[in-house]
Design a protein around this ligand. Structure first.
Ligand code: 5RP
Length: 222
């Protein structure tokens, strides 16, 4: 099956995680990227099951609105039932690398706000050890050089993502060659570099559930 069809299968399976709650409103978190776009398109069919969505990027907010799905500001939301998003890599502990689309900071914020993080991927994203995909790090522009030197000190080879500005007005360094044997430790050490806004390791707060689509079926890792 083509990769796009696998993304659509994983996205469709995630609809099972959207359930109306007993709370007055059910708000869901929605991620960013091509797999998340498949999910947004699928969501349009079950609009009656939730009240609004919080988006992790301006692009996703625009796509949600184009489907007539109300988009809420995270600060106006008391409870976020579930966050659904793709990933660039997933290891057996459901730890992730995210940020290929540059939305990692808002993705981490919305994921951290939700009761449950459901990650949707095609099987090509599964790895034994994270790190083949370069780690995106969002950086305050004036700290670009300082942070790059810090990342070299951690064993990485950072490259500025050319011509890219995040929704928060910052830069992305894509970092190659990092040792990810201890993802939680690395996540925290990178976050401690002054000038780093956020990095794309989702290790301390991994996914709760991973939905994986391959040619044969859709599997749930939970
Ligand atoms: C965006 C992300 C995406 O979830 C990640 O890049 C995967 O994207 P895709 O579903 O297009 O493969 O983290 O910042």
């Amino acid at each position: 099956m083509a990769q796009d069809a696998l993304k659509r299968s994983a996205a469709k399976a995630a609809l099972d995680y959207i359930e109306p709650r007993l709370t007055p409103t059910t708000i869901i978190g929605v991620g960013t990227g091509s797999t998340a776009n498949c999910f947004i398109d699928a969501l349009a069919n079950i609009k009656h099951k939730f009240d609004a969505a919080v988006a992790s990027s301006e692009n996703s907010a625009a796509r949600l609105k184009a489907h007539g799905i109300p988009v809420s500001d995270l600060n106006a939301v008391a409870n976020l039932a579930v966050y659904i998003d793709g990933a660039d890599e997933v290891n057996p502990d459901k730890q992730l690398i995210k940020g290929g689309g540059g939305a990692l900071t808002r993705e981490k914020i919305v994921a951290a706000s939700a009761d449950q993080f459901v990650c949707i991927v095609d099987a090509s994203k599964l790895v034994e050890t994270l790190g083949r995909f370069p780690l995106p790090v969002e950086v305050i522009p004036m700290a670009r050089g300082l942070v790059a030197r810090g990342l070299v000190g951690l064993g990485g080879a950072p490259e500025l993502r050319s011509g890219f500005i995040t929704d928060n007005g910052n830069l992305i360094l894509d970092v190659y060659e990092l040792n990810m044997d201890d993802p939680k430790n690395l996540e925290s050490r990178i976050n401690n570099l002054v000038g780093v806004v956020c990095n794309g390791l989702f290790a301390e707060n991994a996914a709760d559930v991973v939905i994986v689509a391959d040619d044969d079926d859709v599997r749930i890792l939970d």
